[in-house]
Write a protein that binds this ligand. Structure first.
Ligand code: ATP
Length: 313
């Protein structure tokens, strides 16, 4: 991939240091236009710092990056016009009402009054908070504030949308509703970059993800490819009676297994065929099986395999 305009984001050797701490460490990446890209990683991995540099809120210590061909430092004003940002923390002026937050914001971007009124109405409608248009924003619930943060980022019709943990603290139902809204925006052509702790969020939304740890990308690819490349495709968990089983490695599809306290975990390459074979093998070996669960691998498994730690401490 080149570094020309077809890239929504192009990053080269980007680094940020804070008094001896390297928060983002020589990162390189291209994100194509129209991608839905996820940055996944534990607290302190450097996700927010990376986004803050890309959106012009923090100056890189070294390296470079561009948004649709505009350098984030040299062409900062141009590049900022192309993006929308929903930060992790609410930062609304509490003296403003919901709709005013949107119209004032678009005013900074020089949008004419009639257009910004209409745009704000459309966005409130899209985010299903039209009935709160005239409420003061500090009266809104957490979930409504989350939607408003996204709505504000959409006002200037960004080509690239940055969302820093857009669903933190919202309930499962709203999270799914927000996912639907974000998918729609992406399908209409907006490039989206989001950071998240939620594995299901990255897996459900993102075409590609980068897993970050200690300021670096430790894995990059589609969620499926990462799971295939980095971990066994799935594992079977059996509750059995006793602490002995015949050697399972002779069963086709079995990669490895472990047994402890009557819990047998079998890593297999193809769940659909291996599950039945393992079960038959155990039964013919005289092992009483109380229950069996299939657990598909997740991006969390990828992270654990690569770092030996869990994503959420
Ligand atoms: N302004 C700052 N001054 C000093 N250190 C900072 C500053 N901002 C971030 N850091 C440090 O840089 C590292 C990366 O932080 P960052 O917020 O980018 O991580 P993150 O992956 O976004 O984490 P989280 O998921 O908690 O938001 C952390 O060790 C953090 O303490």
């Amino acid at each position: 991939m080149g570094t020309t305009e077809e890239q929504a984001i192009s990053i080269r050797g980007l680094t940020k240091r804070f008094n001896g701490l390297t928060a983002v460490d020589n990162v390189g990446l291209d994100i194509g236009t129209g991608e839905f890209f996820g940055l996944l990683g534990p607290n302190g991995a450097g996700k927010t710092t990376l986004i803050r540099m890309l959106v012009g809120l923090s100056t890189p210590t070294s390296g470079s990056a561009s948004i649709l061909g505009r350098d984030i430092v040299r062409d900062a004003i141009e590049s900022r016009k192309l993006i929308g940002v929903a930060p992790q923390e609410y930062n609304f002026d509490e003296n403003l009402k919901t709709k005013e937050i949107l119209t004032y914001h678009a005013g900074y971007y020089g949008m004419p009054k009639a257009e910004r009124e209409k745009r704000a109405d459309d966005i409130l409608d899209f985010l299903e908070i039209s009935d709160k248009a005239n409420e003061y924003c500090d009266k809104l619930s957490g979930g409504m504030k989350r939607r408003l943060l996204i709505g504000r980022a959409l006002m200037q019709r960004p080509k690239v949308l940055f969302l820093d943990e857009p669903t933190t603290g919202v309930d499962v139902q709203l999270r799914r509703a927000l996912w639907g809204m974000l998918k729609k925006l992406n399908s209409e052509g907006t490039t989206i970059v989001l950071t998240t702790h939620y594995i299901e969020e990255a897996e459900s939304l993102c075409g590609r993800v980068a897993i970050m740890d200690h300021g670096r990308f430790i894995a990059l690819g589609t969620p499926d490819a990462l799971k295939r490349r980095e971990v066994d495709s799935s594992r079977l968990e059996f509750d059995i009676v006793g602490d002995h089983v015949p050697d399972l490695t002779s069963v086709p599809g079995v990669i490895r297994y472990s047994l402890s306290r009557e819990k047998l975990i079998v890593h297999v390459s193809d769940t659909s065929t291996a599950a039945v074979k393992v079960l038959d093998f155990l039964r013919s070996g005289g092992v009483a099986v109380k229950s069996m669960h299939v657990r598909e691998s997740t991006l969390e498994d990828v992270f654990i395999k690569m770092t030996g730690r869990e994503l959420r401490e």
